[in-house]
Design a protein around this ligand. Sequence first.
Ligand code: MN
Length: 254
Amino acid sequence: MTDQIARIDVPVAREPAIAHAIRELVIGNRILAHQGVLDAFGHVSVRHPANPERYLMPCSRGPALVVADDIIEYALDGTPIDQRGRPQYSERAIHGAIYLARPDVNAVVHNHSPAVIPFGVTGTVLRPIFHLGSVMGPDIPIWDITDKFGDGTDLLVIRNDVGASLARTLGGGRVVLMRGHGSAVAGRRLKEAVFIAVYMQLNAQLQLASTQLGGATKFLSPAEVARASAILLEPLGQERAWQTWSHAAGFTDV
Ligand code: MN
């Protein structure tokens, strides 16, 4: 993967902390694509390490293909600081609105994971069904764009007032489902947001499998969710997962 690593190296003129954040963001994109959470669509961002009023996100490109030169710096209102002619994701408002509403959040994943979509549209509630799913939190809200913006939207979060509505439904949580569209995941760190997004998808798959077997599915209790997630949200486990998934995605030196 020497060729790939070379391609994600960043100019030496960059601040080391920013260069590091960009490299991690590239790897996070590749991991989520490799894990099937993102395909051609969906995106990942991180808050700027030196300026909390800005964030970093790739230009409009499939996450599996993102390189360091794709990363654009944004103001929280979605205005690009250094666009340099690069095309942009339309749903930037998801990211800026969450960073604005949540000073504790430093990474956001927006995805259309197919396993999760059914839980936003059927009334069947997505709930932690195994210990790793506890990182979603005990109660997962659903944001329906029609509630505030009516029927006939394109379902996309392009305007900042739509993003603010989504961020309100996320509240203080880590996950919000978007009816008929996907979800948004908020983490204190990029590795945390990636971790939650991967295990939310797996939880959805396991919940579907379990309920199809019949019988009374026993979910984690609120107390179990609290205890299990407290351990899993420590950096140790997230580092292990990040190393494993980044290696699988081709970054053998991580
Ligand atoms: Mn979307």
